[in-house]
Design a protein around this ligand. Structure first.
Ligand SMILES: Cc1ncc(COP(=O)(O)O)c(C=O)c1O
Length: 380
């Protein structure tokens, strides 16, 4: 008997994507900042309360744009977790800055706000909180520390679209925020991202940097009679075809989030017994955080062999994965970064983490099978 595989991720489509892309084609505006891009910008601004939304090719390019915009320079230091995706650090290393890796909290696996102040030096320019699994960092404390030391805050909200902290949208709390619309995220356009500018003083320069360092945006709005090279920049805006795909997703963002939360809660209920038996620890969501059902992860009990569990799940057709290899222990992280403290939680928790299949359309029966197979493996 062949077992039907349960994929780790399966991109969700609303069904309207191709129709909107055809509409963009009929509009004869395929390059960036066409009507679909404008619709996406307006929607993100209204939904999050950010002062300006600017679509980018990815969250990576939104972070790159942030580092350029804040004039991060050689020798500057930026405080961030080591338990994150490489782009969180790369954006600043590209400007010659040093990522200073600070440990994470045991409950949310987010940057530990209580350790930040001790990592600040005269060279520190910014703090980059990463909202892991769409669960917010302790933003009030981080913003207070940043103000006290004159630092900028750039939220890496790659996983945080449609999630909140004390009723405020993730990405719209720091000076700048960044979203990812990569196909593994909740709201997708294949590759895609957005810079959220929350300090209006930064908007005009952000537009210039995103448009190859020119004032083409102002030219198109009729504010100048020609556009010229104004500043550093690159081509960071996506085609209107990509924005058309994204628009179909944003229109259904509420339903998508509700659907993912229902799947997340189902796992949470089914896995309670394994937690009670001391075999796993389930995700912890603090009361101030409304998450978005982005990810369902488990921390295996320390004595369990993660590699073996993932292999067994794979043999049973279940796509479970682990991440991240902590940046401070990766070749580039050791070359470019500096650890602050021993990062012991980053090291130990990252070795215990597995992610279960999580995508809109995953059925209750499929979730039941994932949990049953996991139970058998863990109880051996
Ligand atoms: C925390 C974090 N930051 C940044 C990124 C990069 O996003 P993108 O693939 O849109 O560049 C990811 C992607 O997984 C991520 O998880």
């Amino acid at each position: 008997m062949t077992i039907e595989p349960i994929h780790f991720n399966w991109p969700y489509e609303t069904g309207k994507e191709l129709g909107y892309m055809a509409e963009a084609q009929r509009n004869h505006h395929l390059s960036g900042d066409g009507s679909f891009t404008k619709r996406c910008h307006r929607w993100i601004e209204e939904q999050t309360g950010c002062s300006k939304a600017l679509l980018t090719h990815s969250c990576t390019s939104a972070l790159d744009l942030s580092a350029l915009l804040l004039d991060i320079e050689v020798g500057d230091e930026v405080i961030l977790p080591s338990y994150t995706f490489v782009s969180t650090a790369n954006a600043f290393v590209l400007r010659g800055a040093v990522p200073v890796f600070v440990d994470i909290r045991e409950d949310t696996l987010n940057l530990d706000e209580r350790l930040i102040e001790a990592a600040i030096t005269p060279r520190t320019r910014a703090i980059v909180p990463v909202h892991y699994a769409g669960v917010s960092c302790e933003m009030d404390s981080m913003m207070t520390i940043a103000h006290r030391h004159g630092l900028k805050v750039i939220e890496d909200a790659a996983q945080g679209v449609m999630a909140n902290y004390k009723g405020r949208a993730l990405g719209a709390i720091g000076d700048l925020g960044s979203f990812s619309f990569h196909e593994t995220k909740n709201i997708i356009s294949g590759e895609g991202g957005c810079l959220l500018v929350n300090d209006p003083a930064l908007t005009s320069r952000a537009e210039v940097i995103r448009e190859k360092g020119t004032d083409r945006g102002r030219f198109h709005r009729g504010e100048v009679d020609k556009y010229t090279w104004q500043d550093l920049g690159s081509s960071l805006l996506p085609s209107d075809l990509t924005a058309a795909f994204l628009w179909a997703q944003l229109e259904e963002a509420q339903q998508i989030t509700r659907g993912r939360l229902a799947i997340w809660r189902r796992y949470h209920g089914m896995l309670e017994i394994l937690e009670q038996q001391g075999l796993v620890r389930r995700p912890i969501v603090p009361p101030d955080c409304q998450h978005n059902g982005h990810m369902y992860y488990l921390l295996l009990a320390p004595e369990i062999d993660r590699h073996e569990v993932l292999q067994e799940l794979k043999r049973n057709g279940i796509g479970a994965v682990f991440h991240y290899v902590p940046l401070h222990s990766s070749p580039a992280g050791m070359r470019f970064g500096r650890p602050h403290g021993d990062l012991s939680l980053t090291t130990t928790l990252s070795q215990r983490l597995i992610r279960l299949p999580m995508w809109l359309g995953l059925s209750e029966a499929q979730q039941q099978r994932v949990v049953e197979v996991l139970e058998v493996i863990l109880r051996r």
